[in-house]
Design a protein around this ligand. Structure first.
Ligand code: AOF
Ligand code: ZN
Length: 374
């Protein structure tokens, strides 16, 4: 039987796990709390690069105090010997007597075997505590393992009337410095950042995380079906310092391929959709196969519309600023061909002031259920 205290300790484990978001891919961002006689004796989370695993870190902190304790883990402990031995064995060896988990690990090397190993050793196991919250915190990993693609967050920085550029194309800066800082934090919590070719051409963005004191950088991606973005821009020039991957279509010219390769970028050939745009479902499958679990889309309107039309947007971070550009400004998303109003595809999950702007966060309806089933 799980208790209120179980839920509280599990929520703490889930929050600890979030610290790894953006730096543990292709692994999940797991958190672990070890509690003995109501007192926390060890805390841990998956380390950068995906190892050591959360349980190993928490057990190291707890030391001998783990004997007779309960371990709260936001994902089923692993059962396989990879570069490190199974966490289920580490918990057993440390003398943990009860393990509470939130979500079964769908990785076929684990998939219930971790729970079974613990039970076989006489450890009491309680599953499914705070499952939904844990699934959402590990949406990237669960989406990749169960559905073969990363989870996608779309960021929009809009005027009050939903525009992203003026009639003359001016788009810098709509939101203020606090919102921009927040965007850099969001980049850091994702494995990869993506923009469309139009945005890459118009803004010549760098897309690295700046001014946060973080050492790691997300992979920078451009969806550029014809590979028309010049490799001589900021992305190409910095491809040696932080990774750049170019998603392109079958007709990308050989010269452009060579320019990007010479700049140090990785080329990822993808298929096209019925409208001749990059097929984003195919592109995301290729990113999933490379281990990307969390993708942050920073526009523009064409790429955002392709992802939206394909039903591939899982979360939205929408910044609204006190500007009004009117109907001759650029809409946030390209044409979607929506005619009828069905049920809401997104639900509000949070809303807060961010400096002079407002940040609304939305989540795709039914996302948690999709993460907990194949
Ligand atoms: C845990 N705790 O903190 C994490 C787990 O490549 P390896 O050997 O590190 O194994 C990666 C797999 O281990 C990953 O796919 C997932 O099943 C599990 N991750 N497990 O017990 C953790 N990060
Ligand atoms: Zn493990």
């Amino acid at each position: 039987m799980s208790t209120g205290a179980d839920s509280r300790f599990m929520r703490l484990a889930i929050d600890l796990g979030r610290r790894g978001q953006g730096r543990v891919w292709p692994n999940p961002a797991v958190g672990c709390v070890i509690v003995r006689a109501g007192v926390i004796v060890g805390r841990g989370w998956t380390q950068p690069g995906g190892r050591p695993h959360a349980e190993v870190c928490a057990l190291a902190r707890a030391g001998a105090a783990a004997r007779g304790a309960t371990a709260y883990v936001s994902l089923e402990p692993c059962a396989h010997t990879g570069k490190t031995p199974p966490c289920a064995n580490a918990l057993i060896a440390a003398g943990v007597v009860r393990v509470v988990t939130a979500v079964t690990d769908p990785d076929p090397r684990v998939a219930g075997k971790g729970h079974a190993m613990l039970r076989a050793a006489g450890v009491a196991v309680e599953e499914g505590v705070e499952a939904e919250a844990a699934a959402l915190a590990n949406a990237g990993f669960l989406m990749r393992i169960r559905h073969g693609r990363p989870m996608v967050t779309l960021k929009l920085a809009l005027t009050l009337d939903g525009r992203i550029a003026t009639a003359s194309g001016a788009s810098r800066w709509i939101t203020g410095s606090q919102a921009r800082r927040r965007v850099h934090q969001m980049r850091a919590s994702h494995d990869a950042v993506i923009v469309g070719a139009g945005t890459a051409r118009a803004d010549d963005p760098d897309l690295r995380v700046r001014d946060l004191g973080v050492a790691h950088q997300p992979v920078r991606l451009v969806a550029d079906s014809r590979l028309g973005v010049a490799a001589s821009g900021r992305l190409g020039r910095s491809a040696g310092a932080a990774p750049v991957w170019m998603l392109h279509g079958p007709k990308a010219p050989g010269g452009a391929r060579r320019d990007w390769e010479r700049a140090g970028a990785e080329l990822i050939p993808c298929g096209l959709d019925a409208m001749g745009r990059l097929d984003m479902a195919d592109a995301l499958r290729r990113l999933g196969a490379r281990g990307i679990t969390r993708l942050f889309c920073e526009g523009g309107g064409g790429l955002a519309a392709s992802l939206m039309q394909a039903g591939l947007i899982d979360e939205l971070a929408v910044f609204s600023a006190g500007h009004v550009f009117g109907g001759d400004g650029t809409a946030a998303l390209g044409a979607l061909g929506v005619t009828d109003i069905g049920p809401h595809p997104f639900g509000l999950t949070g809303s807060a002031a961010c400096g002079a702007d407002l940040l609304h966060r939305w989540r795709r309806t039914g996302l948690a259920a999709a993460l907990l089933t194949d």
